[in-house]
Design a protein around this ligand. Structure first.
Ligand code: PLP
Length: 353
């Protein structure tokens, strides 16, 4: 069976070595040696001033919303994974959808200002498939209207925009290190924030608000990464260059062997060093997508309809229409893309399409 993605498993001896350190330390969580080491290594690797490791990629979005959006309206994209929208609802904020750009698939920055009201507190946008939003324009709008900017950068491990880690844009960025993501800790995630004061607030918020054992800065939740998760991260990290190289080769293959006269590919924003995280293709119609999906499934190849449905159609939001997002969501599918995907399978996939 060929899935859309396959989790990278580091050699088990690497993992045993990391886990042995946990046994030697007799320390499982609450910022042990491995979590601190993973933080240090990721800061260097990514070029970010601060990182808070978390137990998944959803809690950092919720923490950022809790701290910055405070129950207000949040302008957001309808084209993302469901966690972007569900986090807004879970934090008792109100999602206000703004449609997407038909080629970059990120929030359409030209439509943001029309959606701002006196209740708007923040913009929560997704750099979908690792493709940067128009960060300069969003920054300008946010400054003009005194709004906070949170980026769901779940797909953005290793992405650079204008030579700078994409995690360094916005007031807060978040990432997911879920097993299906490009760099993973099994389950896991991270918060990125350049402002020291805000970073401090986010940090204590992820650990019950603790200021030492008996004092509290404020309210918090438990979003701490454990040593067991960090052990996986430290085992995967040395292989990231190999993983990215292998993914690039597959993306190059698709780019070379698919016929784009009747198929649209993702347009990567200019000046982006991309991470080859997903390979979405947009068909002429949903009917054609379903036909290709069926044919591939018959060969035990399982692409996925990322992202479908458009999030403005969820049954727990105000269902305003978002024509571009709904149209794209109905016609887009991600093709298999992972380190050990074999060339003969790639030929089968491109031939079927
Ligand atoms: C994976 C993902 C999340 C959630 O991350 P988890 O680590 O699974 O909690 C949030 N947003 C987007 C866009 C994602 O793809």
């Amino acid at each position: 069976m060929i899935p859309v993605t396959k989790t990278f498993f580091p050699p088990i001896k690497d993992y045993h070595g990391q886990v042995q350190r946990i046994w030697d330390n007799q320390w499982l969580t609450n910022r042990g040696e491995l979590v601190k080491e993973l933080e240090t290594n990721l800061k260097t690797e990514l070029g970010v001033p601060n990182i808070t490791l978390t137990t998944n990629g959803t809690l950092p979005i919720q923490i950022a919303l809790k701290v910055l959006a405070k129950g207000g309206e949040v302008i957001t994209t309808p084209f993302s994974y469901v966690a972007t929208t569900s986090a807004i609802i879970w934090e008792r904020c109100k999602p206000v959808f703004v449609d997407i750009h038909p080629e970059y698939l990120t929030i359409d920055e030209t439509k943001i200002e029309a959606a701002i009201t006196s209740q708007t507190k923040a913009i929560l946008a997704t750099h979908v498939f690792g493709n940067p939003c128009h960060v300069e324009e969003i920054e300008r709008i946010a400054q003009k209207h005194d709004l906070k900017v949170i980026y769901d950068a779940a797909h953005c491990y290793g992405v650079k925009y204008k030579g700078n880690s994409l995690f360094n844009y916005g007031d807060v960025s978040t990432c997911s290190f879920h097993a299906t993501k490009i760099f993973h800790t099994g389950e896991g995630g991270a918060l990125f924030c350049k402002d020291e004061e805000l970073n401090h607030q986010l940090f204590y918020s992820h650990n019950f608000g603790h200021n030492g054992p008996e004092d509290f800065y404020g309210v918090g939740i438990n979003a701490k990464m454990s040593e067991l998760q960090a052990a996986m991260g430290l085992s995967v990290l040395p292989y990231m260059n190999d993983i990215l190289k292998a993914r690039k080769n597959i993306v190059d293959f698709y780019n070379k062997n698919l016929n784009f006269s009747k198929l649209q590919k993702l347009k990567i924003r200019e000046e982006t060093h991309w991470n080859f995280s997903y390979y979405p293709v947009i068909f002429e119609s949903e009917a054609k997508l379903l036909k290709v999906q069926k044919e591939l499934n018959e060969q035990k190849i399982y692409p996925r309809r990322y992202f479908y449905p458009s999030l403005n159609l969820l049954n727990y939001v105000n269902r305003e229409t978002m024509p571009v997002s709904e149209d794209i969501a109905s016609r887009i599918m991600c093709l298999p893309l992972y380190k050990d995907l074999e060339t003969d399978v790639l030929f089968e996939i491109t031939k079927s399409i």
